[in-house]
Design a protein around this ligand. Sequence first.
Ligand code: NAI
Ligand code: MG
Length: 507
Amino acid sequence: MTNSAQYGLPNNSGDARRDYPAFLDGRVRPMLIGGEWVPSLSGKSFESRNPANGELLATIAEGDSADIDRAVLAARKAFDGPWRTMKPDERQMILLRLADLVERHFDELSLLDTLDMGAPLRHTRGSKRHMVGLLRYFASMAVSLYGQTSSTSLGGELFACTLKEPVGVVGAIVPWNGPLMAAIWKTGPVLATGCTLVLKPAEDASLTPLRFGELLLEAGVPPGVVNIVPGFGATAGAALAAHTGVDKVSFTGSHLTGQQIVRASAGNLKRLSLELGGKSPNIVFADADLEVAASAAATAAFANAGQICSAGTRLFIQRPVFDEVVEAVARAARGLKVGAGLDEQTDIGPLVSRKQLDRVSGYLRAGREEGARALAGGERLDGDAHRNGFFVPPTVFTDIRDDMRIAQEEIFGPVVAAIPFDTLDEVVERANATPYGLGAGVWTRDVGRAHALAPRIRAGSVWVNCYNTMDPSMPFGGYKMSGYGRESGTQQLDDYLNVKALWIRRD
Ligand code: NAI
Ligand code: MG
């Protein structure tokens, strides 16, 4: 294996692959079932390609319903086996070792994310503290799960308490926009609560989850506790969502797929957590620190090429400062370097796939046709430097009507709709006027106004004078069609636990 310090440094030898992780060794990457790395039963495989230039990175075993069956059986066996009685502090130790391994291999993991889904190295490397912190937080929670005792109305001869117990076999279906993040967010609570897992990575980004699987085994996760089956949504994903041997599904992705998962869950009424899309408002009042707000608004909309569920995509700016702020955001957009994620100078990488490029290009066209005006960006980049990748420049649209598609629908590209407003009541109503409710930003120096506004926003997170701030201890998730259930915080752990009422007659 090459020295991790070399990772991601494009060299001048013409052989950039020299610095790629040994994980990309040209072998078909197998799937993880029952503690073994195995090929798919069908023998089928699919390709992982770099969205910056189309290069083939790896070939991956393609799981379908027969592989999901095997994996669910392995997860059930593990759940009913020694894992069930393993002491919480032993599960805690596994999580702590896993945190250390992720920390040690972070350069490699972020490079795999960058190669596979396009985000700049600066972006993927930047999440180290949060990723490792999440695992250590879940480790602490493994020994901190509390039930309650109740005095009840019935008095002393009855002892009554609640016990928290793992829900059982969990199926996790995850997207491609933060592959390592998704793997950690789904695995951490499973290990902390004593559940077992079948993880179905996104077909566009399976490499990091598979490498993470190797680290899980190294950390001492017993066979079958975590199984990883790559494959496509319509086959492997649908089989996992419908499987009656699965007690709970945790899904992150689009609301349309979320709806299919709700329908598929009906067979055995499995528990669900759904972390879906958004069209999050970011609201700038005239009294805000405008320079800070404009710079943060650009990051909120364009980070990870806009492929973040809580991206601040509707930028409401109070009318007296509209021109000033929108021009500052457009200037920031024009100053961002769009290019391959491996380039250390890159701010905005390619979109993940041709499908997403077509989708986002469709919205750029729709915006123009509906009468919006692009102050920055607006069209796919296809000059020499960008021709072989899926590049869209950061785009700032003005002349927006609230009913335009670009003001209502999740684009999942680096596109922001800038919209003037006058009063607080008006902006509350317009901010809430989408089917989504994931996040919202508020920029003001008036603390009274911030307090007045926060409870009126129908969204799972409200950030005042900051945006997309995350912490392992704070719940993240949606209102309305952005889903239900939470990631992080004690609230996420509760999503993986059943509550049992225990009654004991004393006499
Ligand atoms: P998607 O929601 O279809 O894919 C997410 C995951 O669901 C993948 O692992 C996929 O294989 C799986 N999946 C797809 N169909 C399934 C089914 N019928 N049953 C079970 N699993 C299934 O999202 P996709 O197609 O990658 O992106 C389309 C749009 O979805 C994006 O443009 C964006 O608007 C939204 N999206 C939102 C995300 C978020 O974090 N909120 C993440 C990814 C996409
Ligand atoms: Mg890829």
